[in-house]
Ligand binder design. Structure first.
Ligand SMILES: CC(C)(COP(=O)(O)OP(=O)(O)OC[C@H]1O[C@@H](n2cnc3c(N)ncnc32)[C@H](O)[C@@H]1OP(=O)(O)O)[C@@H](O)C(=O)NCCC(=O)NCCS
Length: 161
């Protein structure tokens, strides 16, 4: 299925993910996360089919996906909010502002879907991710003791959109 290519000034073009991106996203996650944090192709397929998931990808050479952001829209009547579920940038593309750029685009998508706030859960030890969210205007609202399967604590970040 053709996807709409949306060009971004100074950044590689991104587009909405399709089911053809499931394996390339899974392979990107294998390059980015410890095995327990990698989503299976089955889980990614379910997410991409869901009408509450917004998935954006940046394609690189050889059909690779070099960056991906997965967001969930949650139409809670009192507090409609988006959740940044995963944001991943290939190690070869880091430090160029790509995650900051994709995060901003996802927040715009959340706003367009009527979301009033955006949130994300981050491992305490994930300095790069914590800095990304803090520099993008997120603040810590809650700690999440033993949130991750290996027992590590998490941090819950929120931003008003
Ligand atoms: C977290 C991640 C997405 C950041 O991607 P990126 O494209 O390199 O991020 P950016 O270039 O937009 O950097 C954003 C800010 O984070 C900070 N940052 C990036 N990498 C960092 C690192 N290793 N240590 C400390 N700060 C870091 C930078 O200071 C940057 O701000 P600045 O440019 O104003 O100095 C990337 O490191 C990644 O994919 N990590 C593995 C997957 C992951 O942990 N994802 C998040 C959890 S879902």
């Amino acid at each position: 299925m053709a996807s709409s290519i949306i060009a971004a000034v100074n950044y590689p073009a991104f587009c909405k993910a399709t089911l053809q991106d499931v394996i390339p996203i899974h392979e990107l996650e294998q390059r980015c996360y410890a095995s327990e944090d990698v989503f299976s192709p089955r889980r990614l397929r379910t997410l991409l089919k869901s009408n509450t998931c917004i998935a954006l990808v940046v394609h690189g050479p050889d059909n690779r996906v070099t960056a991906n952001v997965l967001g969930l829209v949650r139409h809670y009547s009192r507090n409609p909010s988006g959740r940044i579920y995963k944001i991943s940038v290939d190690p070869s593309m880091r430090g160029l502002g790509l995650a900051t750029h994709l995060l901003g685009i996802m927040e715009d998508s959340f706003r367009a879907a009527g979301m009033k706030r955006s949130c994300a859960e981050v491992r305490c030890s994930n300095k790069a991710s914590r800095t990304l969210f803090e520099k993008s205007g997120y603040h810590v609202e809650t700690s999440l003791p033993t949130y991750y399967p290996d027992g590590e604590d998490g941090i819950k970040y929120w931003k008003t959109l």
